[in-house]
Write a protein that binds this ligand. Sequence first.
Ligand code: DX5
Ligand code: ZN
Length: 218
Amino acid sequence: MKLAPSVLAADFVRLGEQVAEVARAGADRLHVDVMDGVFVPNISMGPLVVEALKRASDLPLEVHLMIVEPDRHLEAFAEAGAHSLIVHQETCPHLHRSVQRVKALGLKAGVAINPATPVPLLDEILPELDLALVMTVNPGFGGQAFIARTLDKVRMLAARIQDWSLACELEVDGGIDAQTAPRVRRAGATVAVAGTAVFAHPDGIAAGAKALLEAPDA
Ligand code: DX5
Ligand code: ZN
C-alpha cells in the first residue's frame, strides 16, 4: 500500500522541511486537502499552497477538492502544479463532465465518496477513473476516528476494480494509523492518506511514515 501524507497536519511554518522529510521517509505522493467552508465546515488551503509545494517537493501532488462547484477551480489547480485532482461525487451533478475536464487538463482524475454515499453511485464513472477514494471519516478535519463501516465499501470497490479489470487506484482517507492501515490494506486499498499519524507522530515524521508503511497484519 502506498502512502500519501496529508499536508493538512503539517507545521505550515516548516512546510518545506516537512515535505522533504516525508519524501525521504518513502511517501509516494503528497495529499493536499482543499476545503471551502461550504461543502465541509472547515476552510484550508488553495492553489497558492499547491504552487508552493510544487517548488518545495518533487513528489506528485494529489489535490483533494472538498469544495462546491469544483469545475470552476480545476484549471487553477492544474496551473499551480497538481498531478491529480480528486472531486467529490456529492458536489458534481455532471460527474462525467468534471472527470473529462480533469483529464483534458492532462491530469489524473479521481472521485471521492463520503461515508454515507453508496459505492454503486460510482459504477458508471469507475471505468474512467485513475483513482477512487473512500472517505473513512466525514471530510472536513484531520485527526478524526476511523469509521469501521467504510471497510465494506473498500471491499466492494476493490472487487469491482478487479472484476472489471480496471487500472484504478483505491485510496482511503481519514483516521489511518498503524492500527487501521492493515485493515484497509486487507480490504483492498492500494493508497492510504494519513495526516496526523505521519506529521504528528510523537517520534517524528520518519517514525510515523515507517509505522504505517511497515504496519504488520493484525
Ligand atoms: C479529511 C481530509 C483528510 C485528513 C486526514 O477531511 O480529507 O485528508 O487530512 O487526516 P487524518 O489522517 O489526521 O485523519
Ligand atoms: Zn483528503
